[in-house]
Design a protein around this ligand. Sequence first.
Ligand SMILES: NC(=O)c1ccc[n+]([C@@H]2O[C@H](COP(=O)([O-])OP(=O)(O)OC[C@H]3O[C@@H](n4cnc5c(N)ncnc54)[C@H](O)[C@@H]3O)[C@@H](O)[C@H]2O)c1
Ligand SMILES: [Zn+2]
Length: 406
Amino acid sequence: MLLHVQRIAVPFEYPVYFTEGVFSPSNADLASAIAAREPRRRHRVLPVIDGGVAAAWPSIAEDIALYVGAHAERLSLVAEPIVVPGGEASKNDGAATAALQARLDALGMDRQSFVMIVGGGAVLDMAGYAAATVHRGVRVVRIPTTVLAQADSGVGVKNGVNAFGKKNLLGTFAPPFAVLIDPRFLETLSLRDKVAGMAEAVKVALIRDARLFSWLTEHAPALASGSLAPLATLVRRSAEIHLQHIATAGDPFELGSARPLDFGHWAAHKLESLTRHRLRHGEAVAIGIAIDTVYAELAGLCSEATAAAVLSTLEALGFALWDDALALTRGGGERGERLCVLDGLDEFREHLGGELTVTLLEDVGRAREVHAMEERHIVAAIARLRERAGRRGAPAAAGAAGAARS
Ligand SMILES: NC(=O)c1ccc[n+]([C@@H]2O[C@H](COP(=O)([O-])OP(=O)(O)OC[C@H]3O[C@@H](n4cnc5c(N)ncnc54)[C@H](O)[C@@H]3O)[C@@H](O)[C@H]2O)c1
Ligand SMILES: [Zn+2]
């Protein structure tokens, strides 16, 4: 007997500011964002800062303290900022997440206190997950500091950490309280991270906005050199498209199987783990986009000219579209060897649940979903990228740089 069908609708709303000098005392955006719902209260704020940002901006703790002091009628500091290691290491280290959760508890962070996370996508994911699970959700203000985090993850509704060898296995959907994008943070970002973050902008341009793709192609030389003015434009446009998609595509919490914003990601996530995160997320996404684009050409979904345009723009932006991890195989014996990266497709299916749904390009700005991919075309697409890298005399450029660093 069906007793009742319970229906709950929970509207979410969060402001996204694009602002310069977010911690300048004269800039009221941060204080206004925090005080928006209860303007007459003094709000408790606990900063959590990415170690890379803390190193690049040595006065940041002092700047935040001065800011809070200048807005003391609306803000108070819970404690000195907590600095956590930057980069993927923070998502791989379960103990770091637990330590942060314990600290939030010890500092008496309640559901109306604010964790203000300042950092790249990895720290936003890790600290966001910690904050979302303590008391089932402490308020979070995000201040993303990388191209990727400003253009994509920082404005979205997800967080997560890596566990049991899998990327983003543990995580929640948790819209932030507010997001403040300050392009000045990009001044100290390495060229490698500037370039890596652009992959997500190429991704949304390809599936949603042909004009943005033309703009990226036109400005590729300036972007590839790390020039800040075009980067700020890229960030802003990409963030707007991501926000619009999340608000209007009908599935913000990804309950169905379609996942257009994960274009290029089935291979990317696998490459990240195959390289033990030697490749940055964005670098892996660029390769994933290249594989799926050549695949679309081989499968007759898009034209040769479209595929050529995608590959050359990615290269002009500074991406290497080949990494030796693409050639890794396993198995052997009677069933023959199989490229390890192909497992990424099975893992993607498992993550989605239900039917495999992969977004592929029909043209620049026009995507379509497919529910199966032919292995022989994937293998051929990968072979094509290898051959292309060899011809350009630049095999595994990103991989080599990454290896030198790791
Ligand atoms: N939640 C989501 O929806 C979502 C979406 C896309 C990507 N992601 C995740 O984001 C992560 C990648 O994020 P990322 O590309 O920002 O890299 P990252 O967070 O790994 O940061 C890269 C490096 O830059 C440093 N850094 C950050 N800001 C800096 C600054 N302003 N100046 C100098 N150094 C700085 C960091 O300390 C780190 O060493 C991946 O884990 C990916 O899975 C999440
Ligand atoms: Zn991504």
